[in-house]
Design a binder for this molecule. Structure first.
Ligand code: 5CA
Length: 439
């Protein structure tokens, strides 16, 4: 992409109503535009990052055996009347009437819709397990939308739904999602802590929130340090095998958010120097809820004994748009955003320091074409602007590499490269510079 033809409306100052650093930086980097409270348009740079996160989530869901579908944003109220949730959901649900006076709603989640789809086709235990997911916009009329896309009203969620014959099988589906989530966050450069969450009226111990650490987080977490340091399981685990031990390794050590925290247990289970208390952002939530939807909505399958029974379900959410802000909270400095390579909007920026100088233009173009060919999705800064302004904008938007082409270097046969995360610079011939960036 050539910056002269792109749309990257960066701002020197953040609007004063942006309270947290990710919101400030997303506005300054020209990633989003607020259209109404908690409702945002995604500008080109923001959209690129959103799509990259979406793709990481998709790949890890596919690997763990989930199957992608796309459900509508608008849902029929009648389905929610079947599950009994229509009246309970309250003011967070955006209720809509169509021209035939039918009650619709903008989906805040999709348990009812997926249960309707499942029951229409799946009738036998032989077709289980099944796990369907979609990455779709949700709407919750939050009382206090704030912090930009961190707590929006319209937001992008990956929601997966598992269907199993009994609780033991459902636990296996749950374990797959639990471990897939850790892999997702690791690929996004994040350290996520799985904490026990309130399982609600179903009871049991099968509900976890995934929290990433950030001072501005809305949740407080209490955790054993060894859990915080424990790595993700990695994507080459046997997804069809017994995952219980891998999950237990990560649930044995104490971890809880404020509503489930028990100080006495924390002190008994973690020695003082291992006790960590911090603020964090909830970037995922997984639940096992048994027959909660299948019973009232009659999602039944025939078991091996010929008897029909309600399936055991679970649902698994990742806050995809919230993650854009969450990654920024976890990875920025005074100059701006520092994207992990896995979600950077561009892999590298080629900075032409003297646009219009034929020799400099030629080297910049050569570097740009080489990076295109290498699949690095480069941005060519071919604007006629002061070097200082160019560097400030590129630092702000957080592109992992800058390849700087100026008249002095071109005369000497070298370019400069800068790694955004460390500020480290090297002066090298172009070929060697490209090798470093593409390594
Ligand atoms: N039905 C379940 C799982 S599919 C569900 O809706 N879970 S949830 O309510 O916990 O949402 C899943 C994830 O969406 C949360 O962990 C959070 O990361 C994200 N999320 C929830 N509300 C918002 C919001 N208002 N703005 C941005 N992200 C949100």
């Amino acid at each position: 992409m050539r910056l002269s033809r792109y749309f990257m409306p960066t701002l020197r100052e953040a609007p004063s109503d942006a309270q947290i650093v990710s919101h400030q930086l997303m506005l300054r980097a020209g990633m989003i535009r607020q259209e109404a409270a908690g409702i945002y348009a995604w500008l080109p740079l923001g959209l690129k990052v959103l799509k990259k996160i979406e793709q990481v989530v998709r790949e890890e869901m596919d690997r763990a055996g989930a199957i992608e579908v796309l459900m509508p944003t608008l849902q029929l109220a009648d389905l929610w009347r079947e599950s009994g949730r229509y009246d309970d959901y309250g003011d967070e649900m955006l209720r809509i009437k169509d021209r035939h006076d039918r009650d619709l709603l903008y989906g805040p989640t999709a348990e009812e819709v997926i249960t309707e789809i499942f029951r229409a086709y799946v009738k036998s235990y032989k077709d289980l397990p099944k796990n369907f997911y979609n990455i779709q916009w949700k709407f919750r009329d939050e009382r206090r939308p704030r912090f930009g896309v961190m707590r929006g009203r319209e937001f992008l969620m990956k929601d997966a739904y598992s269907f199993d014959l009994d609780e033991a099988a459902a636990r296996k589906s749950y374990n797959r999602m639990f471990l897939a989530y850790l892999n997702i966050y690791a690929r996004l450069g994040l350290k996520a802590i799985p904490v026990k969450a309130d399982p609600g009226p179903i009871g049991g111990d099968l509900s976890h929130e995934f929290i990433i650490l950030a001072e501005t987080g809305e949740s407080e977490v209490f955790a054993h340090r060894d859990l915080v340091e424990m790595g993700a399981p990695g994507s080459d685990i046997d997804w069809d095998g017994d995952l219980q031990e891998l999950v237990e390794q990560r649930t044995r050590l104490y971890a809880a958010s404020d509503e489930m925290h028990d100080q006495a247990r924390f002190e008994a289970e973690a020695p003082e120097d291992k006790r960590m208390t911090a603020r964090g952002i909830e970037v995922g939530h997984i639940f096992y809820f048994g027959e909660k939807y299948s019973k009232p909505m009659k999602a039944l399958v025939t078991g091996p004994d010929g008897q029909d029974r309600p399936i055991h379900g679970g649902s698994y959410g990742v806050g995809v748009s919230r993650l854009v802000a969450g990654i920024i909270e976890a990875s920025h400095d005074g100059a701006g955003i520092i994207w992990p390579d896995s979600v950077a909007p561009f892999g590298a920026a080629v900075v032409n320091l003297r646009v219009g100088d034929a020799a400099v233009d030629a080297v910049a173009e050569q570097a740009y074409q080489a990076l295109v060919a290498a699949g690095k999705e480069p941005l060519l800064d071919d604007r006629d602007d002061r070097p200082g302004a160019k560097f400030a904008a590129l630092d702000l938007v957080g592109i992992p590499w800058q390849l700087i082409v100026g008249p002095k270097g071109v005369a000497e046969g070298v370019v400069e490269i800068k790694r955004r995360a460390t500020g480290e610079r090297q002066t090298l011939p172009l070929d060697a510079a490209l090798k470093v960036i593409c390594a």
